[in-house]
Ligand binder design. Structure first.
Ligand SMILES: NC(=O)c1ccc[n+]([C@@H]2O[C@H](COP(=O)([O-])OP(=O)(O)OC[C@H]3O[C@@H](n4cnc5c(N)ncnc54)[C@H](O)[C@@H]3O)[C@@H](O)[C@H]2O)c1
Ligand SMILES: [Fe+2]
Length: 359
């Protein structure tokens, strides 16, 4: 059986107007200090038309469990009927965890301000506990609505555009060839990949007008991967991110072309199809796959992203020292299960060797 599911309404428009159309009565806005200090969170709460509202604005990147617990206490004391998460994956995941831990059932409205994680349409949240990152997975974490407002993207820093952009490309490309892929997820993944691939250079160069399209692509890729699954690139990115604290999208940028080379052994025809759709031609599949790998490497350079783990700040000696623990963590990651090629330890070692960088 193959099921396609998305319980989240996807609403595009000015966030305050969309939120007020959902008629919240008691609204809790969960956000980070950036959106508190520039006044966006307060303006959103005022525009919502809620009878009463509160702000929880302490979200930090990669939110720790303790922070979610603090927010949960505020949520339980206020008892909102609506929680609006305003921010990137960190604010959305913190809000999801707060709702989950509270045991209450407010509607969760996710308002992403980065174009990458896809958290606005997924049923999981990632929390930091000690030195590791841990996923919380539950149907109740699926937001009631995702609000896509391109006006929130005008001040995006370049590094965030690049890092999050390669997360979208990795979500789309991995979902497209994943074991759980279907015609529904293929349509979303292919379109998301093509949009992000075509428009990231302009967005990175300062063209705010294209950011709305990449924002939609990030959400489409989120729906695709939450149904189809991911693969080796994400399994390795999770393991390396936990050990070396390099941003997730940046690790995907280092890993993705090499993982494409590995998986092309079994899904070369699908990679060739998505490459041609993205304008990377090649009559023979092998040529189209080579063009896909080269296209990803070229885009990575255009976005000033690292080509090796060494360039991303991972010392090759430390990498070698953690080698066996890394391989174990990768093989245990659930994303391996949906990689099109069965992941074995020698493959993980080979990819690590290729992306490590000299030293
Ligand atoms: N739940 C999921 O499905 C899922 C999937 C992938 C990643 N994640 C998680 O998402 C988190 C990363 O999220 P992220 O990459 O979106 O970044 P983030 O939420 O951690 O934000 C990073 C920084 O960017 C700033 N920022 C956000 N939007 C901005 C904007 N529009 N303009 C200017 N600055 C802005 C924030 O204030 C913050 O300082 C990680 O914790 C990761 O584990 C979750
Ligand atoms: Fe990702």
């Amino acid at each position: 059986m193959n099921e396609f599911y998305c319980a989240t309404r996807i609403l595009a428009g000015e966030a305050g107007q969309v939120l007020s159309s959902l008629k919240p009565k008691r609204l809790l806005v969960v956000t980070d200090p950036y959106f508190m200090e520039n006044g966006t969170a307060r303006r959103l709460a005022e525009a919502s038309g809620a009878e009463s509202w509160e702000l929880f604005s302490e979200v930090e990147p990669d939110p720790p469990v303790e922070l979610a617990a603090k927010g949960t206490a505020q949520l339980k004391a206020f008892v909102p009927d609506t929680v609006a998460a305003l921010g990137g994956g960190s604010a959305m995941d913190c809000a999801k965890a707060m709702v989950y831990f509270s045991g209450l059932q407010p509607r969760l409205i996710a308002i992403p301000t980065t174009s990458g994680s896809g958290s606005e349409v997924t049923d999981f949240a990632v929390l930091t506990h000690g030195k590791g990152k841990h996923p919380l997975v539950d149907d109740s974490l699926q937001p009631y609505a995702a609000v896509l407002d391109e006006n929130l993207l005008t001040q995006l820093p370049k590094t965030l555009i690049a890092d999050a952009g390669f997360d979208v490309l990795a979500h789309a490309l991995e979902a497209y060839v994943a074991a759980g892929a279907s015609e529904m997820t293929d349509a979303l993944a292919k379109e998301a990949f093509c949009i992000a691939f075509a428009h990231l250079p302009a967005s990175y160069g300062g063209a705010a007008a294209v950011r709305g399209r990449i924002h939609m692509a990030a959400t489409m890729a989120g729906v695709a991967f939450s149904n189809a699954g991911l693969g080796l690139c994400h399994a390795m990115s999770h393991a390396l991110g936990g050990m070396f604290h390099v941003p997730h999208g940046r690790l995907n940028a280092v890993l993705l072309p090499t993982v494409v080379g590995c998986n092309a052994l079994v899904v070369g025809d699908k990679y060739a199809r998505i490459a041609r759709s993205a304008g990377l031609c090649g009559a023979a599949d092998t040529v189209a796959v080579r063009n896909l790998k080269n296209g990803l490497c070229r885009l990575r350079r255009e976005l000033s992203l690292p080509e090796t783990l060494r360039q991303a700040g991972v010392d090759p000696r430390k990498l070698r020292g953690h080698g066996e623990a890394l391989v174990k963590a990768v093989l245990e990651d659930p994303c391996c299960k949906t990689n099109p090629l069965t992941v074995e330890d020698f493959m993980v070692r080979k990819v690590l060797e290729e992306v490590a960088g000299r030293g």
